[in-house]
Design a protein around this ligand. Structure first.
Ligand code: FDA
Length: 308
């Protein structure tokens, strides 16, 4: 792992740095590349603009590792209000939530109850759950499985870089839970995760093929390929055409601010594309992970500071 990436991922875990930087005007301006605004209204107007370009949306409230049950409840309430606003605005827009923001670090049951209540909300389409660092994977999958058993509308993110993901994907497909496959954005030790990028890419493609095969044979599996890697996307499309996978069995997902031209190109070719739009005041750790994905971006941040 490059030194710059290591440093950025280390910074993403520092509360002290988050407190220093989240309030600074220049840093807030720089974060706007990936974050249209800090409030829900900005996220929804972006979802509307995307819909006008033929792209559907996924919205998430930033923040992680909350420390009280009241904070988890507050997050769930904000999502409930967001869902009502999505419905009123007639947007094709799903929610993606983080377990530690709904209380996974607190006593048993807090996160489960919040997830249950969100999954049961009127107008709730597929409810996506993000995947955080590897220590949370077992608990996240257990929660998703429980709530899916009750409401049948859950999807969960899995990370291709983790050694365990092949068997997790098998388990999820068997239970009819939608899978969002990503490469993985956290700092993980070699015991948990593949360290070489080209090996992660190869694993991503193998897992994609497994998911497409499942969709072709069972006719119900649904997958989201969360990546901006056009070479992988083209390989997935080729494989899907070869196996005659129904077009509604999968979609490509990207992050707001990354790969805008690729998104438009895919849509113009008839692919289904969903863009994840984030909002919220606690954006620092998430922004550091975005910079770590492409450390060259740090120079753009530095340039924008100097030119302001
Ligand atoms: P890769 O890093 O190889 O990038 C491919 C190309 O995309 C690059 O060459 C560059 O052009 C462009 N690119 C990628 N990242 C960029 C950036 N930050 N800035 C500018 N250009 C960039 N991770 C996780 O651990 N848990 C999760 O729950 C999620 N959820 C999630 C949802 C969705 C919808 C997406 C798209 C991604 C995630 N991720 C995630 C993040 C994921 O793990 C991964 O870190 C990023 O998607 C970057 O990896 P790529 O697959 O794009 O490939």
């Amino acid at each position: 792992m490059g030194l710059a990436r290591e440093l950025l991922l280390w910074a993403s875990r520092s509360d002290w740095l988050a407190r220093q930087f989240q309030q600074r005007a220049f840093f807030r301006r720089a974060s706007r590349r990936y974050l249209p605004g800090e409030d829900a209204a900005a996220a929804l107007s972006t979802a509307r603009e995307l819909q006008d370009r033929g792209i559907v949306a996924l919205v998430t409230l930033l923040g992680e590792n909350i420390t009280t049950a009241a904070a988890a409840e507050d997050v769930a309430n904000q999502y409930t209000e967001l869902l009502a606003n999505i419905r009123d605005a007639g947007l094709d827009c799903q929610l993606s939530v983080k377990p530690t923001q709904l209380g996974m670090d607190l006593q048993d049951g807090v996160c489960l109850n919040q997830l249950r209540s969100l999954a049961a909300k009127e107008g709730q389409d597929l409810l996506w759950v993000d995947m955080e660092s590897s220590e949370y994977v077992d608990r996240t999958l257990d929660l998703v499985e429980t709530v899916h058993g009750e409401h049948g509308n859950m999807g969960v993110c899995v990370q291709a870089y983790l050694h365990r993901t092949g068997s997790d994907v098998e388990r999820l497909v068997k239970r009819g839970i939608a899978v969002r496959l990503v490469k993985g954005a956290y700092k993980e030790p070699p015991s948990a995760a593949i360290q070489k990028k080209r090996h992660v890419d190869a694993t991503y493609l193998n897992l994609s093929k497994y998911l497409l095969d499942a969709a072709a044979s069972d006719g119900v599996s649904f997958s989201a390929f969360g990546t901006h890697d056009m070479s992988l996307i083209r390989s997935i499309q080729d494989y899907s055409a070869k196996k005659e996978v129904p077009a509604n069995a999968y979609e490509f997902e990207m992050l707001y601010g990354i790969g805008r031209d690729s998104q438009s190109k895919l849509v113009s070719e008839g692919a289904r594309v969903r863009v994840l739009v984030s909002y919220g005041a606690s954006w620092f750790p998430w922004y550091m992970r975005r910079l770590a994905e492409r450390p060259a971006n740090v120079w753009f941040v530095a340039k924008s500071i100097v030119s302001n």
